[in-house]
Ligand binder design. Structure first.
Ligand code: PMP
Length: 290
């Protein structure tokens, strides 16, 4: 089934959605993006995703040629054009077509792409049984290099980690900061529970501030569960009673093994189950109508 793609002001069939080989997004990974999701005809936390997109763009000095409202409308209209009420949406803004040099000032205008489709990140059975993950040798980018808070088109750091997980025969990788603290996974944030308290790495350590992460923190607080955004080591996770990952594509997925240490009783835990229920309920009404 052919999709209708938004490309620089026009909706075109996917075969016609073409970008120049001189686009600096392609040549250098120079650009930013968002992964967004729609449920039941509502785009979940669209405002938060748009805000993060503009923050990422600001950080790389890229001026997006649309207002936030126009950008939100592009996302909703792309869903409408494809008759999608449930969708995974990819919004990409690159520096645009330039020459073979690095200089971003030579790029004429940003390229804007919006794709509304679907995604399956992990096999469905893993949502019941839980993931086996490892920490990988590749460290998360340092904040003074390419800050992981920028959702940039350069995902090589994450891809290297994903490859290392695959080589080890597991589905997902935990990346540590340069200092050896737990940062996040390749496309997900990470949570743990110890003695009834939820803990997740603090974003200043250098990771993406996930929209799903923030939603889960709010849901936990609504239940009266204490949440700490803090500095966590592998030891903290090895000795956790529960662990799970959050992300737009993955939603909430349990982790039952880290570096061959069984987490809790080796099964998804009760706090995870409760928050997954809350999240499934939340996406029904928390979002911008398409
Ligand atoms: N970390 C990274 C590196 C990611 O790519 C993502 C997915 N966007 C996340 C965390 C989770 O963020 P969100 O919940 O906003 O999808």
């Amino acid at each position: 089934m052919g999709l209708i793609i938004y490309l620089n002001g026009k909706f075109v069939p996917e075969e016609e959605a073409k970008v120049s080989v001189f686009d600096h997004g392609f040549l250098y990974g120079d650009g930013v993006f968002e992964g967004i999701r729609a449920y039941y005809g509502r785009v979940f936390r669209l405002k938060e995703h748009i805000e993060r997109l503009y923050d990422s763009a600001k950080a790389i000095n890229l001026e997006i040629p649309y207002t936030r409202d126009e950008m939100s409308e592009i996302v909703c209209e792309t869903c409408r054009q494809n008759n999608l009420k449930d969708a995974y949406i990819r919004l990409v803004i690159s520096r645009g077509k330039g020459d073979l040099g690095l200089d971003p000032r030579k790029c004429e205008a940003p390229t804007t792409v919006c794709i509304a489709s679907s995604i399956t990140l992990y096999p469905p059975e893993l949502y019941e049984t839980g993931l086996d993950v490892i920490t990988v040798p590749t460290r998360r980018n340092i904040a003074e290099g390419v800050n992981p808070r920028i959702k940039s088109l350069n995902y090589l750091n994450n891809i290297m980690a994903k490859m290392e997980a695959a080589i080890a025969g597991v589905q997902e990788a935990i990346l540590l900061t340069q200092d050896g603290y737990v940062a996040e996974c390749t496309g997900d944030n990470i949570f743990m529970v110890r003695d009834g308290v939820i803990k997740t790495p603090a974003t200043h350590l250098g990771m993406l501030e996930g929209v799903t992460r923030n939603a889960v923190i709010e849901l936990a607080q609504k239940r009266g569960i204490k949440v700490e955004e803090t500095v966590l080591t592998r030891y903290d996770f090895f000795t956790a009673h529960e662990c799970w990952l959050t992300g737009t594509a993955a939603e909430l997925i349990p982790v039952v093994k880290i570096d061959n240490r069984v987490i809790g009783n080796g099964k998804p835990g009760p706090v995870f189950a409760a928050l997954l229920d809350d999240f499934r309920e939340l996406v029904k009404h928390d979002g911008s109508e398409i």
